[in-house]
Design a protein. Sequence first.
Length: 410
Amino acid sequence: MRILYVHQYFGTPVGAGGTRSYEMARALIDAGHDVTMVCASSDRSATGLTNPFDKGRREGLVDGIRVIEFALGYSNNDPLLTRSWRFAVFAKRTIGTALSEQYDLLFATSTPLTAAVPGIAAKLIRRKPFVFEVRDLWPELPRAMGMKNPLLLGAMALLERSAYATADHVVALAPGIQEGVARTGFPNERITLVPNGCDLELFAAASPIKPSDLYPEMIAPGDFVAVFAGAHGKANGLGAAVAAGKVLKQRGRTDIKLLLVGSGSEKSQLMRDAEGLETVRFADALPKLKVAALIRGADAGLQILANVPAFYDGTSPNKFFDYLAGGRPVLINYPGWLAGLVREHHCGWTVRPEDPEAFADALVAAADDREEASRRGNAALALGTRMFARQTLASQLVDTLEGAIVARET
């Protein structure tokens, strides 16, 4: 089977972004399928291509994946209008690819929602099977985040319904997403839940790096370090970490460090808010391989999001599964399906949203009983191995795409 895989943010482990699409593409290749990945350049992800762009496009082979990359220079720091324009340009260019390439099935993954556009075109114009992977619910999530523009929200709703109306199958990354797609009337039997997963082999191969060795100017040997590795955007709600850091300082617990690694539109403001606060430290984004080593060398992982109910059961963050793969206990500051896993499997701590005192209490308890923290870290790795091994989840995706072809032929 020849698969045209559309993911604007595609990245490999040499970059700082998520690698789900890379791992899934590799699994499809291992299953005997040909994969062409269509993506765009960005400031966080690295596609693995190094040859120069020719008229804004370059192509090459990366670990068996044929990659077509468009030069768009996307950055999360760009204004909304700029980012929206680049989404539209990518969709337009990818339509051309979808109408000219030879393939048997088009598999498109959001975000952005506009990734569905080439799939819709492939289905309507070329009658190609189209499977749509939904990572966020639109327009529910933008509305919950405060977007009020009725034209934009209406356009999102129209595009979402068009994607579901044309898709042969939908892959959902979280239980809330699966339920949200079903609420639109899409048949539940054609929705498959395949959450993000743990890159167990990658983390096992990464030699632990102590944060005090990597950042000696910020972290002292023996400090208890809870790391956040991911985007610093509005949705991430990292102000909660700064607020907890202030409580820790008031209590004199400067031996506890919250290490925030990454980049994003809110990072500059967060750094200003944390100025003079030795309990909160910032570092630049790192390649996935180095992130794995850092997580393994830290004491805990921070799963933080803004207090938006749409996030509770409607997200599947890469970083949560990275903490599991690294055997680190997870501190999560919002309710939902991931918090339920943490409580059920005793693999970390859960605290109420917008409660810096409780956030600080959990960190102090972890720092003061490191044996218990280690036990919870072992439970995290056991959970990741048992339920979220990337290879197992990739096999589910392979079966889903193969099933979409069989169903179409039938």
